[in-house]
Design a protein around this ligand. Structure first.
Ligand SMILES: [Zn+2]
Length: 155
């Protein structure tokens, strides 16, 4: 489910970036109109200026960094396999022998329970990452692919 949400977010950020880059970064034509526009329209104009293309591009950069940082977070490794998250891999900093031992334990778990283990509660990496992705996706709630990306892979 996370992979679908990651792809959804990367696509929306790419779209936002394309639209922002195609526009005048500072919306110069709008800015010159603010001073002379009627007061009731000024709020709309101020809103547009607040979300001008230059800012939209910074927001795309910031959201990509937040996404990358969330995805780079690691599962809990303590050195005690009773405490380590069962989803630990070499990417979390353990050596291959340790990762192989964890994979073997996970295979045993799958045989016994018919499904793989989940990120341990004391670790919480996967739920934290998923929550971050959900929050980053929230502004795109009206996109036709939003619900599919949010719920893909759920039982
Ligand atoms: Zn974990």
């Amino acid at each position: 489910m996370t992979a679908d949400l990651v792809q959804f977010l990367r696509s929306r950020l790419a779209e936002d970036e394309v639209v922002a880059r195609a526009a005048d970064p500072e919306l110069s034509h709008v800015f010159t109109r603010i001073e002379t526009f009627d007061p009731e329209m000024a709020a709309d104009e101020r809103h547009i200026m607040r979300h001008r293309p230059a800012r939209a591009q910074y927001e795309v950069v910031a959201k990509r960094l937040m996404l990358d940082e969330a995805l780079a977070s690691r599962h809990l490794v303590t050195g005690d396999h009773y405490m380590d998250c069962p989803l630990v891999t070499e990417a979390d900093g353990v050596d291959t022998a340790t990762a192989d031992r964890i994979r073997a334990l996970n295979d045993d778990y799958r045989k016994e329970f018919g499904r793989g283990p989940e990120c341990a509660e004391r670790c919480g990496r996967d739920p934290r990452v998923h929550r971050t992705l959900e929050l980053l996706a929230l502004p795109h709630v009206d996109h036709p692919d939003y619900m599919q990306a949010l719920t893909a892979g759920r039982a």
